[in-house]
Design a protein around this ligand. Sequence first.
Ligand code: PA5
Length: 357
Amino acid sequence: MMLDDVQALARVDQHDTRRVLAELPRQCRQARELRATPPIAVARPRLVVMVGMGGSAAGADLLATCAAETLEVPILVHRGYGLPAAAGREALVIASSYSGETAEVVSAVEVALARRVPVVAITSGGALSALATRHQLPCVALPPGLMPRMALGLLVFPALGALAAAGVAVASDRDVDEALEVVTTQAAHLGPDTLTDKNEAKRLALAIGQRLPAVYGGPLTGTVAYRWKTDLEENAKLLAVAGAVPEMNHNEIEVWRGAGARQLHAVLLREDGEPSEIASRFTLVREMLGPTAGGVSEAWARGRSRFARLLSLVYLGQWVSYYAAMLRETDPWPVPMLTEVKRRLGAPGREQPRASP
Ligand code: PA5
């Protein structure tokens, strides 16, 4: 498929995912205004546990990574049933589930209620919303109609607001303003109307081609690499690997020596100002992988603040996964296998949402 052929894209992208992605800046601005009801009344917790699965955990990863270098309050991202033992009464649980029907998140909230840990819910409805109403938990009500991974702004900004309300400031207003400017600029350059030679996301998707992508971040962009992997898997239905430097230097790098390396394409997620040790390792990785790999590309974060940088890389990855889906003539919106797992496990059925008008 020609990625510049807008009509061909429309034939494959039957749920108008391209419009939802293009509207991310607007979604973020809308989400920034959302508040919990009833208001959050928690003094600064000793620990924050952000609970979510899949697309609803991605925002938590981003915030935990932002906080890691500057905040004394640890933020754990918990993907699974229940809660870690460390989540006691002095903790705060932020439970995110876009649909509100995710069993693991509901179970975490039930455990939090039993342990009397304060909870904030972020959801568009479902069992999580019902639980929040029943127990009068602060809840941020999200507009429905999106796929969770495409509701990135709706999941990140209310969580950021909830953390700030609890005295845990992960990003300043200035950082948030900058991040919004950065994604607005990106939106103007990454969509289908921008031709391939000027469109970084199209070029990256074409560079990956039919190979298996292996996305590597640094110590902080490693969580973004994981988000690229899951977007490539859910949107393009393409298996992907995620890792981080320096850890991959201690294990995964061996894979890149063998004949199979020709079937792999490495994408390195970089940022200006990364520590010099990390920059040298990326240079080394590039040199060593170059001769054997199917290809090696780099993608650079935009912006000055950590929040803007991480968000910009996630947004770029969303578009790369979109074009990778187009190259496979795959509609990025539906996730039939994932839906079937939930159906078989008895999660309350939901119609496959369409992009909201
Ligand atoms: O992107 C997706 O659709 C999934 O990864 C979901 O986010 C995941 O299954 C959890 O569902 P929810 O986000 O509704 O809690």
